[in-house]
Design a binder for this molecule. Structure first.
Ligand SMILES: [Zn+2]
Ligand SMILES: [Zn+2]
Length: 413
């Protein structure tokens, strides 16, 4: 044990977790001061996998492994946690082959925390560490929310409620490293891919879409790295900005690899929907090349659903979405099929006053928010409405397909 005021009482390995009647385990509380460790934003996997924390006082690092097991009915999860201490990383540890990757990751985190560009450049010069340093940098560009962790402290009022321990991690600005990253982009394939991923996340974060587009327009590993960055943004950062070229590139990639689930998610997400529908239409018409003909019918139900929701929205909110969905469906329709008949006819006749009344009525029907559990939408600090994991405004947005358009909803009776 160390003498550190924050992490001194945390042992080399600590385990805790929820009581799980199926596994015959009792609940065990988290070690003292666990919640004072700082979330670094680095993790492998999300629901299971390792999350990296550090002690702000003595710079010790901790790996948190979260294991979920399901109850017999498969409908409730019981989480177990194992926290393993790792002493501050040292450059000399790079000599040890089995600690090398971990050391490169932790040194990168440490350099970013300290703003130590000199050591970071040195690590990028080191062939043994370079690839892991690039991968770690890519993960640190965008601020990340910490995982939900149960403390299981008897004193806590809400022992059953998962808590996000700590605050959002700090995003790292890679601007000073841009020349280095661009140098690696023209290097060997694995380095090129990792550097392109880091650079693309950085460009996306800075909304430099033209430069991002030129990475996406490259071949082989650079293209692959840029796609990974778009995928990271979509899955980890709570959504891809609706930037048309990025959505188009990702949709093309999903269709080429027959990855229907994420392709459908691009259709369902209202931020990316219109660009996704446009890309589907271009693929169906052969304008956007996906290496030969593909049966796009797995995407049709999501488009029909979108058209149907849009057809019930007021014209100003629904018309563009409706037309995008209908145009994509029209392009998908094989001659003689009836897909077109599945698209509901819009009711644009509604006046804006009626539409606004409908919005208000719907919001009012959601009732008041409970303070706990918190809204699942990353970055939202509101509570939730009954039977939903979202707050009033995010629930409204999910169901209606557009954000609450009437200003301050708090004024609603
Ligand atoms: Zn410490
Ligand atoms: Zn919310």
């Amino acid at each position: 044990m160390s003498s550190c005021g924050i992490c001194g009482q945390i042992g080399a390995e600590e385990s805790w977790g929820e009581a799980n009647p199926w596994m015959l385990t009792k609940s065990t509380p988290a070690p003292a001061n666990f919640e004072r460790l700082v979330w670094t934003g680095l993790h492998e996997g999300w629901f299971s996998g390792r999350h990296v924390y550090r002690c702000g006082e003595c710079e010790a690092y901790f790996f948190l492994a979260i294991t979920s097991s399901s109850g017999q009915a498969g409908n409730s999860d019981y989480d177990d946690y194992t926290l393993t201490r790792r002493d501050p990383p040292a450059v000399a540890d790079l000599d040890s082959e089995n600690r090398r990757r971990e050391t490169a990751q932790l040194l990168t985190v440490q350099c970013c925390q300290r703003g130590d560009l000199v050591l970071l450049e040195q690590l990028l010069d080191d062939e043994r560490a370079r690839l892991d340093v690039l991968k770690t940098l890519a993960a640190l560009v965008t601020p990340q929310f910490p995982p939900s962790v149960l403390l299981e402290r008897p004193a806590a009022a809400d022992t059953r409620t998962a808590k996000s321990i700590g605050t959002k991690s700090i995003g790292i600005d890679l601007t000073p490293l841009e020349p280095r990253l661009r140098g690696f982009v023209s290097g060997p394939p694995d380095l090129a891919q990792a550097a392109a991923r880091a650079l693309a996340r950085h460009l996306l974060h800075q909304a430099r879409h033209d430069e991002l587009q030129s990475l996406l327009a490259s071949d082989g590993p650079v293209h692959a790295g840029a796609l990974r960055a778009l995928e990271d943004a979509r899955v980890r950062d709570g959504g891809l900005p609706g930037e048309a070229d990025a959505v188009r590139a990702l949709m093309r990639h999903y269709v080429r690899t027959r990855a229907w689930k994420p392709a459908i998610e691009l259709v369902e997400d209202h931020l990316t929907f219109r660009a996704a529908a446009q890309a589907i239409r271009e693929i169906a018409q052969g304008v956007l090349d996906v290496d030969g003909p593909v049966d796009l019918s797995p995407l049709a139900p999501a488009l029909v659903d979108k058209a149907s929701r849009a057809s019930q929205a007021p014209a100003w909110a629904g018309k563009d979405n409706y037309e995008a969905a209908a145009a994509a469906l029209e392009a998908l329709r094989p001659p003689g099929s009836v897909t077109g008949d599945l698209i509901p006819k819009p009711k644009w006749a509604e006046t804006s006053a009626q539409a606004s009344a409908a919005d208000r009525k719907f919001l009012a029907s959601l009732g008041a928010e409970r303070p706990e559990p918190a809204c699942k939408k990353p970055g939202c600090s509101r509570g939730t409405v009954s039977l939903s994991v979202l707050c009033r405004l995010h629930h409204f947005e999910m169901i209606r397909g557009y954000a609450w358009p009437h200003g301050d909803e708090a004024k609603l009776a």
